[in-house]
Design a protein around this ligand. Structure first.
Ligand code: FAD
Length: 443
């Protein structure tokens, strides 16, 4: 029987472990945290259909609720664009700790073994093949290592260059986030229960203020790291227009990072496959990654169980990469260009786009089924497109910027569609080089 190590208890890693153990594979998850310290002390939103897609039971109805529609504002807060998402596409909101309890219980029922409080220090390799992991309590060997250690995975970062897996995340490709739940300072009815402010303080970044029954959830996200003092200043700034945001810290209050970029150019090498944040599987414009890594888990588990020779080479695992890019990755690679466009606009330009109908509520109605740019664009009518064109043409500087975004979208779409579906060393190396060249090219 083959032995598989899941490095880090990421959502995708645990889901893949469950699916593999169900098929009789010997799988162990090594996680640095204790079992009761998994995840963060806050809630997450994701597509509930993802449970069904990986044959995992849904969480009990008492443990989730449906998410509120978000209302987006640019800096001047003149135009609020509220999402229009049909009920069947609404995502659910769960406590992250509950989600972890649910998936770990299910994984154990399927035979997955967990080793908590085991820190992974890096991969063990023989030539360019990964043969296990170094941990703080000794080496562990396996036929395949699934890397679910997150954005800063020490496995990915310490792979030999000959594996061809690029560990660099790149500028503006990770979001530095502070998230905290404060007391709800007023009982007054709040119109925009889930308010998202783009460039709120005139700074490149976002904030959300989500007013819940018991607390108000504040998230501040920027492309550069920031300090606790800046967070406190930002919180005071948002309190001016959001009286529900109190000062008493109830939960959370941590700095974290979220990848917001194109998927990793090479998800696999001999004896290794990356999943979840270590492979940049989030939806780049909103940073949601849970449903996608569940879906990727199914793709990976299918490819691993189809490899009856248990070779787990780059060649056999490439089918996982091909499936991922075909079903999700290619669409997200293009959506990452839309995120990149945000870094191009000034706060005044964004106000203009909001206030003149260039960005519409429909554009921001990202739902459980948003997988590519067409899913976002299809909600606009011919009339709204005419308005967009007329308003953009009025501003030559803006038009120029949008044309650069358009050119990058076309280049990324072209290079992702050229990804070899069948593995050959030379073709894969050439494609990875071309993909990285295109995505690294600034706007
Ligand atoms: C503030 C915030 C809000 C988010 N909100 C949402 C949301 O609403 N919806 C959504 O879909 N997604 C959300 N995400 C993204 C989501 O958390 C991730 O995309 C998703 O969890 C997949 O990440 P992961 O499990 O691969 O990585 P991680 O969540 O980073 O998990 C990695 C695991 O590996 C462990 N680990 C790391 N290093 C080591 C090591 N050296 N040794 C052993 N173990 C190690 C970690 O302890 C952790 O358990 C949010 C992320 C953040 C930060």
């Amino acid at each position: 029987m083959s032995r598989i190590i899941v490095a880090g208890g990421g959502h995708g890693g645990i889901a893949a472990a469950s699916l593999l153990a169900k098929k009789g594979v010997d799988v162990t998850v090594y996680e640095k945290n204790p079992e009761n310290g998994m995840g963060y002390d806050w809630t997450d939103i994701f597509d509930p259909k993802a449970f069904r897609e990986i044959d995992m039971p849904m969480m009990p109805v008492t443990r989730f609720e449906y998410k509120e529609h978000m209302t987006f504002y640019s800096r001047n807060e003149l135009t609020g664009l509220r999402q229009q998402i049909p009920p069947e596409k609404l995502e659910i909101k769960v406590e992250r700790s509950d989600l972890y309890r649910h998936i770990i219980k299910y994984a154990r029922e399927n035979g997955v073994k967990f080793e908590f409080e085991r820190e992974i220090l890096g991969p063990l390799t023989s030539g360019s093949r990964v043969i296990g992991v170094k941990t703080d309590k000794g080496n562990e060997y396996a036929d395949l290592v699934i890397d679910a250690c997150g954005l800063d995975s020490p496995v990915k970062k310490n792979l030999p260059a000959s594996c061809g897996v690029n560990p660099e995340t790149g500028k503006n490709n990770q979001f530095y986030v502070y998230r905290a739940f404060y007391n709800r300072a007023t009982e007054d009815e709040v119109e925009d229960k889930y308010k998202v402010c783009l460039f709120g303080e005139g700074i490149l970044g976002i904030a959300w203020i989500a007013t819940e029954k018991e607390y108000t959830d504040l998230l501040i996200g920027r492309f550069e790291p920031f300090t606790k003092e800046e967070t406190d200043r930002a919180a005071e700034f948002y309190r001016m227009n959001n009286p529900s945001l109190g000062r008493e810290l109830k939960r959370g209050g941590q700095f974290v990072k979220i990848p917001v970029r194109q998927p990793l150019s090479k998800l696999v090498c001999d004896g290794y496959a990356a999943i979840g944040d270590s492979a940049y599987m989030t939806v780049p414009i909103i940073g949601s990654g849970i449903a996608n890594c569940f879906r990727a888990a199914k793709m990976l588990a299918d490819v691993v169980t189809d490899d009856t020779d248990r070779a787990f080479t780059e060649q056999t695992l490439w089918k996982y990469q091909a499936k991922y890019y075909t079903k999700l990755g290619a669409g997200y690679a293009v959506l990452a260009c839309v995120k990149e466009a945000l870094t191009l606009f000034t706060p005044d330009e964004l106000d203009y786009l909001f206030d003149n109908g260039v960005i519409t509520a429909s554009d921001l109605s990202i739902d459980a089924d948003t997988r590519n740019i067409f899913n976002i664009m299809h909600g606009n009518t011919l009339e709204t497109y005419k308005t967009k064109v007329v308003e953009v043409v009025k501003d030559p500087a803006l038009l120029k910027k949008l044309m650069r975004v358009g050119a990058k979208i076309s280049a990324v779409a072209a290079v992702t569609s050229a990804m070899p579906r069948l593995w050959s060393k030379a073709r894969v190396r050439a494609w990875v080089k071309a993909y990285e060249t295109v995505i690294c090219r600034g706007l």
